[in-house]
Ligand binder design. Sequence first.
Ligand code: FE2
Length: 254
Amino acid sequence: MGRPGMDVVGKVLPGLKAEHQIDLVIAQAENVSDGKSMNPDDMQVLQSYGVDFFTGGNHTPKEPALWPLLQDDNQPVIGPANMEGSPGKGWKYIDTPHGRVLIISLLGATVGKEVVIKNPLQTIDQILAINQDEEPIATVLNFHGDYSSEKVIIGYYLDGKVTAVIGDHWHTPTADAMVLPKGTAHITDVGMCGVLHSSLGVTFASVIPRWRDGLPTKNELELNGPYQFNAVLINSDEQSGLAQDIRHIQKIIE
Ligand SMILES: [Fe+2]
């Protein structure tokens, strides 16, 4: 979430990557540049910190400079596959030291205002059918949604078919990271990287007058620490394409 989110990734990720010998780092990147979408310069900064691939959300199409990258199969960034007006097809492959990984970005049925969304379950069925003859070593879905029920349902709907279903959009992590019965790693919401004492990364001073008194305030990013880093770490089996374990990682730094 904004510059503080980028900074905390820069401080935490290189150490985590070395400590756990991580082969692939995926970040949801719809709130990177001043809280809305991600510009190519900020994408490069996050790549220099060790992020390998970027998924999207309802804010992703708001940065026109990102559109050519979303449409280019060689650029490691996607927007949601089922959001009307989001450039690109919403899934891509990325090479890792062990083989190719398929990464997909989807919105839940309800996310934000004025966003037209195609049915997420029908969309993921179509994407998996298109890719059924490919043999990725892992398939990772980022599910960007509002309802916890949907975020749980799609995990079980895809259990045994993909490596991981990672929910987000709340900016608040849930305590339910687990491998589902048929081998898919799941969490309802992974949480955010950004300022700890904030309303999802935004100052309380800019949101409380709107909520309490109906004043038309504009969201302002909170910049002061401490900062939180949230992620999940997943081990997966290259042969089966299923998860062996998942755990939530949270770091709080000054
Ligand atoms: Fe969002």
